[in-house]
Design a protein around this ligand. Sequence first.
Ligand SMILES: NC(=O)c1ccc[n+]([C@@H]2O[C@H](COP(=O)([O-])OP(=O)(O)OC[C@H]3O[C@@H](n4cnc5c(N)ncnc54)[C@H](OP(=O)(O)O)[C@@H]3O)[C@@H](O)[C@H]2O)c1
Length: 274
Amino acid sequence: MSLTTTKKLHNGVEIPVIGLGVFKVPEGESVYDAVRSALDIGYRHIDTASFYQNETGVGRAIADSGIPREEIFVTTKVWNDEQGYDETLLAIDQSLQRLGMDYVDLYLIHWAVPGKYKDTWRALEEINKNGKARAIGVSNFLPHHLEDLMADANIKPMINQIELHPQLTNVATREFCKENDIAVEAWAPIGKASYLDDPVLQELSKKYDKTAAQVILRWHYQNGTIIIPKSVRASRQKENADIFDFELSSDDMNIIDGMNIDNRLGSHPDHLNK
Ligand SMILES: NC(=O)c1ccc[n+]([C@@H]2O[C@H](COP(=O)([O-])OP(=O)(O)OC[C@H]3O[C@@H](n4cnc5c(N)ncnc54)[C@H](OP(=O)(O)O)[C@@H]3O)[C@@H](O)[C@H]2O)c1
């Protein structure tokens, strides 16, 4: 088990279970250095979005790394104001141009924009068929959004990327995805580092001799969740990837499940403010 450990999506595409998130990493040298460092450490999966405005730096870092393009899994996302059928077909071309690539591995609808996401999904199906994205999926979709989307879809989403961490365990959405063979990917997997000092996590950290971040990331991994922790620092990128040499007991998995307080750090998917 390592950074190249993958999970198979329902269309057969393999995604590395750990990736590097780059939300809020500034375009230019910052994102370039973060991605180069992660690739040096062994990461082979990068999660960006047109909204992050750093696709150019991500693409440059990947190109300069010398690692064959097909060995790196790249995700980007269509932003809310790019949604609609024609708009999304344009948005993917603009993302690819910024990335300097002729395909991405995964293209996601960033949020379920009411009245738009079904047309956006038709575009994603086209993008998948024409090879510009090897896999397609959604982000921040609740079960009712997925049911509505799948009622008309020809291709079922391969992934749902949702806010997911011990204080927001999102059980209903995870169950729905499991029943429908849609892989779950956690954003803010360590809760944006906002409660790593929680006494429950600190106790588990001592017990397993791992950091609180590693305990949380291991909990995700044992749940079968794909994780994309963000760090611009090589030491933390290494730390976040070093979760394969211990195993949480089922009692301790339950203790972490019990931390849920429905604490959303981002928008509620039904109440978009952007
Ligand atoms: N689909 C969506 O709507 C959506 C929304 C938000 C995020 N995302 C994706 O998910 C990725 C991860 O989410 P996120 O960035 O919001 O939150 P996160 O990964 O849970 O936390 C990132 C924060 O934790 C710090 N950190 C990282 N590793 C640490 C460690 N081992 N110990 C202590 N602090 C640590 C980072 O600081 P340093 O960088 O200074 O180390 C940063 O401040 C994003 O980067 C993005 O790719 C998607």
